[in-house]
Ligand binder design. Structure first.
Ligand SMILES: Nc1ncnc2c1ncn2[C@@H]1O[C@H](COP(=O)(O)OP(=O)(O)OP(=O)(O)O)[C@@H](O)[C@H]1O
Ligand SMILES: Cc1ncc(COP(=O)(O)O)c(N)n1
Length: 271
């Protein structure tokens, strides 16, 4: 009998756990699994919640996080890494130090500040640390509308402003920017994200607006999918386009989980 050894790229998420499984590290790992990469995780914080909202959160001790990084570096070959919830300034500094100490591949930064239901996942005092330490080392940064405003200090009122914000983020050091567009207006027909690549090339990614309450973890899954594709050695532009299609298909197909705001369907893009 011939025993087959399968190779899957190893991709890492540095993020918070969300107990309801719809967002945070769980959404990243669902995405890694369905994109056929092996998911490795550095857990930074734990959030207790369900489809009604978040009810408590704790950060993990720095020494424990250091040990997670050391154990992963000792044993694995990480091809790409993404960040999610980093909770506070000390944690951002710790993550940046560890990322720079080891070889964990290109870095996709999802600059998580607040959930789409209004819960803060990053202390306000840490915004400056995010700007100063994490944005400059991002291979790709994927801010949502609100995060683009907070990181650039701009008030974004229209598409032109979003383009200016993306250029500002690139000036701050992020190589490639996916500035996600506004999607809180029930009457809108499309959701459009602006992409600015390291080469200077830019374009809009547009998809139909889905009227659904199952949109938890959209941003986590988009950035995780970009990391997965880069881990498979796809080019940055292809990785971003694949991720947008992946998330769009996952939002467009509901699964019955929870009673209020549910997860996207990570299986849908593979059907
Ligand atoms: N209702 C929707 N219909 C279609 N596309 C959507 C919808 N909501 C979000 N998206 C898309 O999902 C992707 C993730 O964007 P989003 O702005 O939701 O990220 P986020 O706010 O960071 O997410 P998270 O809440 O997980 O942190 C984007 O490409 C966005 O256009
Ligand atoms: C640990 C963690 N990280 C990120 C999110 C973003 O979630 P949402 O999709 O609800 O905005 C979350 N709810 N929990």
């Amino acid at each position: 009998m011939i025993f087959m050894v399968n190779e899957y790229p190893q991709v890492m998420t540095i993020a918070g756990s969300d107990s309801d499984g719809s967002a945070g590290m769980q959404a990243d790992l669902h995405t890694f699994f369905t994109r056929k990469v092996y998911g490795i995780s550095v857990m930074t914080a734990c959030v207790a919640g369900n489809s009604y909202g978040i009810h408590a959160s704790v950060s993990l001790p720095q020494d424990f996080i250091n040990q997670e990084f050391a154990d992963i570096a000792e044993d694995f070959k990480v091809k790409a890494t993404k960040t999610g919830m980093l909770a506070d300034s000390a944690l951002i500094k710790n993550v940046v130090e560890n990322y720079q100490k080891y070889d964990f591949g290109p870095l996709i930064v999802d600059p998580v500040i607040m959930t789409k239901h209004g819960n803060m996942l990053l202390e306000e005092s840490a915004f400056e640390t995010l700007r100063r330490l994490l944005v400059p080392i991002a291979t790709v940064i994927t801010p949502n509308f609100y995060e683009s405003e907070k990181l650039t200090g701009m008030k974004i009122k229209n598409d032109d402003d979003l383009e200016v914000a993306a250029h500002k983020l690139q000036d701050m050091g992020a190589k490639n920017v996916v500035a996600k567009g506004y999607h809180q207006d029930e009457t809108q027909k499309k959701v459009c994200d602006f992409v600015l690549l390291e080469s200077g090339k830019s374009f809009w990614l547009s998809a139909p607006y889905h009227h659904t309450t199952h949109i938890n973890g959209t941003g986590d899954s988009l950035s995780a999918c970009i990391a997965a594709e880069i881990g498979k050695e796809k080019g940055i532009e292809e990785a971003i386009r694949t991720a947008k299609d992946y998330v769009n298909m996952a939002i467009g197909s509901e699964i019955s989980v929870g009673h209020k705001f549910g997860p996207i369907n990570h299986w849908a893009p593979n059907n």
